[in-house]
Design a protein around this ligand. Sequence first.
Ligand code: ATP
Length: 275
Amino acid sequence: TSSQFTGYSSQVDFTFDDIGGQAPAKQELKEALDFVLHASKITDMGIRPLKGILLTGPPGTGKTLLAKAAAAYTRSVFMATSGSEFIEVYAGVGAQRVRQLFKAAKERATKEKKDGAIIFVDEIDVLGSQRGSHTGHMEYDQTLNQLLVEMDGVKNDDDVRILVMGATNRDDMLDPALLRPGRFDRIVRVDLPDKAARLHILKIHCRNKPLADDVSLDDIAQESFGFSGAHLESVANEAAILALREKSPLIHQHHFKEAVDKVMMGEKLDRKPSD
Ligand code: ATP
């Protein structure tokens, strides 16, 4: 049953405005989604339906958030799974799970009176890399094949439209079968945030936090080059924890600075000196 899948989320109110930076990715994604929203019009033009969108980029840059926002934008239920889940949890029954996932997506969309479903497959490279090149990895093949079969079966005039969104930070590893026309034929690149985007992300994660007057998020954005959105979320969280530890009712600039150092120490960041 559907509840056996982890990562099912009932959160529908997550929007593009809750995602900092990523303006080009949001723009490209919305354009692709507008295509999905006007499926009947595009059928009339004889254009094939959009079945899959691939989000590529470094970890923690907001790919999952973009997929959730896409669900809200298209009035779809959001169902999440990941490549490694198929290997670790559903070993041996991957193909069956894919069938169940599509079936459950349709059922849930109907039950919740939504227009469609977005099936998010994180780490899709795990399923779709080097197919058949490793002996003993037949299970990956079956799972991927079934995913492609289900995607091929999606039609413009289906009652519930299903869109698969895959995410990967290893787009060099992808099976070419995934990128064939009619499959993941839109690729949206999600990059590390530049300074302005970092500031935007910091502001989003400080919305509900008591900041002292000496805080300059602009300075923190300046000092955090190379950080992903996930790192910046950690900075905001860590700064609040440091303040609490000092029994300070407000979060000060030195808490943020310490938090930046802490997050930086915890990661071997691939920092580009230019931004
Ligand atoms: P992974 O490749 O590791 O799965 P991802 O790209 O899917 O990562 P998300 O799961 O979307 O990344 O982001 C992780 C967390 O980082 C989010 O829950 C959010 O708190 C924060 N975050 C990442 N990017 C952004 C962003 N652009 N704006 C606001 N928050 C962000």
